[in-house]
Structure formats: structure tokens, C-alpha cells
Design a protein around this ligand. Structure first.
Ligand SMILES: NC(=O)c1ccc[n+]([C@@H]2O[C@H](COP(=O)([O-])OP(=O)(O)OC[C@H]3O[C@@H](n4cnc5c(N)ncnc54)[C@H](O)[C@@H]3O)[C@@H](O)[C@H]2O)c1
Length: 315
């Protein structure tokens, strides 16, 4: 079986996991890693027995590399992803994909012009319970969709210093709301602020509304002393509840509470397996570049909404 030659750009907390999973997958061959922190690059490369680089431009000359994961600081993602696309490599760029929509659009355009895969790190979609909820909404197993509420709170991961909780954390739930409802919101209203973080918001409440009258509410913060990551979906006939951490799912109606037994899956493993399958089998990815752009647009509109204390219409 042909293995896909891959590399990881940015091997901090998260990129290290990409490197580990690529090493574990049967369909990928981890060729190299790159980090601007030379010591870290060397340590991670040694751990996985691959070549270390501190410059991605130099690493991308290595022709064994066909695809890359970009896991740098959020404000560097677009620059590194664009460099890799220009060098003819397929790209998985971590969320939030770019700092602004212009950069994100440039990534989409470059990938399309060069016939390359571009996907964004919305790995929540790969959790089996999310797939289950989306199918239940599509098939109306819970009746008509009424609303959804997501909560994603924890302490501030202090290594994240270049974006706030909306672009870093709430963006996962923004994507999930689009995904499970199979539609784009038409407006966003948000309230946010900062209690501990000096530069960026560390709490946000975001409300999305949809054309059919459905609404979604997202609560995110870096102030809660422990992690909660949940999704509650209300349908006209039943509700569904998901705990993202344990991956437990409940389906409840007036008569009963059911808890389907779904095997736990490592979302990153599912995501990277899918990324490599899509490239090798020339399939459309579950998360497209457009999904990344749309989620970023909504996140930016949420920031604007809070700044002017008014709802922002979305196109
Ligand atoms: N999808 C998810 O669930 C998820 C989870 C965690 C982090 N992330 C994303 O992954 C990215 C990294 O987050 P993290 O927690 O690992 O941060 P981190 O600070 O631990 O790691 C970032 C690494 O990138 C390196 N770096 C920065 N610019 C670089 C460049 N131009 N070239 C090469 N290396 C560079 C840094 O030296 C550092 O080692 C962020 O965009 C974050 O949003 C996604």
C-alpha cells in the first residue's frame, strides 16, 4: 500500500499529537517536522525518528513530503499554510485557519488553482456522537430542530497568547452548529469580555439564528476551573445530549432516556486518517476550506457584535 508522505509544521502542544498520530497510522509516513524553536524541533524529531527543520521553506524542498499539518501559533497558520500550498502540498491547517477572511480566501483560491486538498482542524466533527446527532437532525429522528446549546469552558491555556477564546475555542462550536443544522446562520449576537487575559476576550456568549427560526447558543470561557464540553440539541420530539470529553450520548423523549453504546474514538486519529484517505483516494474532505472560512467569518462577526452591542447580519 502506498503511504502518504507527511510533515508537521509547528510541534508544540498540539502539533506533537499530529506527529504521533501520523507515526501511528498505517497509511501515512511521517517524513519530517518543523518548529521555529530549534530545541523543540530536535526533541520531537528525535522522539519520532524523523528529520528536524526550523524553517518550513527549507523543509518543503524535501520531495518525500506530499502533505502537511500546520499547527503553529494561530496568527502564523495562514502564512505557513499558504507557503505549503504554493509548494504544491496538500494542507490540513489548524483552526482558526487565518487571522482574517482575506487570508482564508487566499488559501481556498490557492488550493483550488493547484488542485490541492485544503482542510481545517475541526476535529469535533469526527466524534461519533456528533455524527449521530447530525444524522438524527437530517432524518428528523428527534423531530424538527428547534435549538442547540454548546458549552466549552476551562481554565486559560496560557500558551495561547495570540487569539482570544472566540477564535480559539468557540470556533469549534460555531462549526458544529453549522454542521449539525446543515445550514448557515443568518445573524449573530454576542457578549464577551476579559477578566484575566490582558489582550483578548476570555469569555463569550454567542447566539446564532437560522432562517428556519432555529437558534444556537454558545458559551465559551477560560475562567472555569475545570473542563466542560457539552452539546444539547432540542428537537420537537426528543433531545440529544453529548459530552465531548467522555463521548457519551443520550437521546431523551417523554417516555425514555436512551444511551447508545458507541465506542470511544480518538478524534485526531479519525481526522488525520480521513485527511490521508481523502488525498490518496481523491475524495472531498468532511471539512472543506469553505467550512473553515465560514466559521472564521462568524467568529469575526461575533467579535464585531459584542463591540457594538448589536446583532450582526451574516450573508
Ligand atoms: N483542533 C483542535 O482541537 C486544537 C487543539 C489544540 C490546538 N489547536 C491549534 O493548534 C495550533 C497550535 O496550538 P498549540 O496549543 O500547539 O500551541 P503551542 O504554542 O504549544 O505550539 C505552537 C508551536 O508552533 C511553533 N511555531 C510558531 N510559528 C511557527 C512557524 N512559522 N514555523 C514553525 N513552527 C512555528 C512554536 O514554536 C510552537 O512550538 C493553534 O492554532 C491552535 O488553535 C487545535
Amino acid at each position: 500500500m502506498k503511504k502518504l508522505g507527511v510533515a508537521v509544521i509547528g510541534t508544540g502542544f498540539w502539533g506533537k499529537n499530529h506527529a504521533r498520530v501520523y507515526k501511528e497510522l498505517a497509511s501515512t509516513n511521517l517524513v519530517a517536522i518543523c518548529d521555529v524553536n530549534v530545541e523543540r524541533a530536535k526533541a520531537i524529531a528525535d522522539q519520532f525518528g524523523v528529520k528536524a527543520y526550523s524553517s518550513s521553506a527549507y523543509m518543503l524542498k524535501n520531495e518525500e513530503i506530499e502533505a502537511v499539518s500546520v499547527c503553529t501559533w494561530s496568527t502564523m497558520l495562514a502564512k505557513e499554510a499558504l507557503r505549503a500550498l504554493h509548494a504544491g502540498r496538500h494542507v490540513l491547517v489548524e483552526k482558526p485557519m487565518a487571522t482574517n477572511t482575506k487570508q482564508a480566501q487566499k488559501l481556498l483560491q490557492t488550493a483550488q488553482e493547484n488542485g490541492l486538498h485544503l482542510t481545517v482542524g475541526f476535529l469535533m466533527r469526527f466524534i461519533p456522537g456528533v455524527q449521530n446527532i447530525r444524522a438524527a437532525v437530517e432524518t428528523k429522528k428527534i423531530g424538527d430542530l428547534v435549538s442547540a446549546t454548546a458549552k466549552r469552558v476551562s481554565q486559560w491555556p496560557e500558551r495561547i497568547g495570540d487569539v482570544g477564546v472566540v477564535k480559539d475555542t468557540a470556533i469549534h462550536d460555531i462549526d458544529i452548529m453549522r454542521y449539525i443544522s446543515c445550514q448557515d446562520p443568518i445573524s449573530v449576537y454576542a457578549k464577551m469580555g476579559n477578566m484575566r487575559h490582558r489582550q483578548f476576550e476570555d469569555y463569550a456568549q454567542i447566539m446564532l439564528t437560522f432562517e428556519g427560526g432555529q437558534s444556537a447558543f454558545i458559551e465559551s470561557n477560560w475562567l472555569t476551573p475545570y473542563k466542560i464540553r457539552t452539546l444539547n440539541v432540542t428537537g420537537s420530539e426528543a433531545i440529544m445530549r453529548l459530552d465531548y470529553i467522555t463521548q457519551e450520548l443520550w437521546v431523551e423523549n417523554a417516555k425514555e432516556t436512551l444511551q447508545p453504546r458507541i465506542a470511544f474514538q480518538e478524534p485526531l486519529k479519525m481526522e488525520l486518517q480521513h485527511f490521508s484517505d481523502c488525498i490518496l483516494e481523491k475524495k472531498k474532505p468532511l471539512v472543506t476550506g469553505t467550512d473553515g472560512l465560514k466559521a472564521l467569518e462568524i467568529a469575526i462577526a461575533a467579535l464585531q457584535s459584542s463591540a457594538k452591542n448589536a446583532a450582526v447580519k451574516l450573508n
